[in-house]
Design a protein around this ligand. Structure first.
Ligand code: SF4
Length: 260
């Protein structure tokens, strides 16, 4: 199977200011990697802490000086291994303003909270051309959201954030990755579409880092069989939206099915 690019399908580099993440999603890739490398115990991942301004300054100095020549990729994805909360908002705004002043483009990826998004769209209204907000919205069923992303914002709060950001004139995008069930998917895409100025990404869950008991509890693997992915893709394609993008591991799974 082709190697997937993960976050590098979206941006040249990442920038993170916190370790751990209050959301504590059951499928979290970053917590699994941190646990595997002995950096953070999996059950301590939710105890997020934020780096000092001195550490953030050091990190800013290490940003690549070379110009990104790929028009499909943002210079920086921010953040990639935690989320944005009121608790790390000041440090986030500090780092964002420094990066934006360097003229870099930023992809802000988050499970958005109203308090955070209101502040960002207020503070960075002069940098609209350099920013794309990509909101992770994996389901329209809040019970399912709560199972997988227990401490994250609700479906309703994310929808309000998308609307606010769009109305404020920012570029918007949605990541339905991982999609957490398939029965609301088409309705979900139709509902968010009017408020998305850029692309909507769809991708399955990557099971490599998900404890087996979670997958089994909801029969989660049934959603991501190659046959089901082909059916889902056909249904989405039949909507006729030209801004739907499929993550490479979605397409790889389908290719494998077709070639066997
Ligand atoms: S929001 Fe992202 S980084 Fe935070 S726990 Fe969920 S998957 Fe992990």
């Amino acid at each position: 199977m082709a190697k997937t690019k993960g976050v590098y399908e979206w941006a040249k580099n990442n920038f993170n200011i916190s370790i751990g993440c209050f959301n504590d999603c059951k499928y979290c890739y970053s917590s699994s990697i941190a646990h595997r490398h002995g950096r953070v115990q999996r059950d301590c991942w939710k105890n997020m802490y934020t780096k000092s301004y001195a550490k953030i300054d050091e990190q800013l100095k290490r940003l690549p000086k070379t110009k990104n020549t790929d028009p499909d990729l943002y210079d920086i994805m921010f953040p990639s291994s935690h989320d944005l909360f009121e608790e790390n908002l000041e440090e986030a705004c500090y780092a964002l303003s420094k990066i934006l002043e360097l003229g870099k483009t930023i992809l802000i990826v988050t499970k958005p909270r109203i308090a955070v998004i209101s502040e960002l769209i207020y503070r960075f209204q002069d940098y609209k051309k350099q920013i794309l907000f990509r909101f992770t919205m994996g389901t329209a069923d809040d019970d399912v959201r709560q199972y997988w992303e227990f401490n994250a914002s609700t479906v309703r709060e994310r929808m309000i954030c998308l609307y606010l950001t769009y109305k404020a004139g920012f570029n918007t995008s949605v990541s339905i990755e991982p999609f957490l069930e398939d029965y609301t998917l088409i309705k979900h895409i139709k509902r968010i579409q009017p408020y998305v100025t850029h692309d909507i990404w769809v991708g399955p869950m990557n099971f490599t880092h998900v404890p087996k008991e979670y997958i089994e509890e909801l029969n989660q693997d049934l959603y991501y069989t190659p046959e089901n992915l082909i059916r889902i893709k056909n249904e989405i394609d039949s909507l006729g939206f030209d801004n739907i993008r499929y993550k490479d591991h979605f397409l790889n799974k389908i290719k494998l099915e077709v070639s066997t």
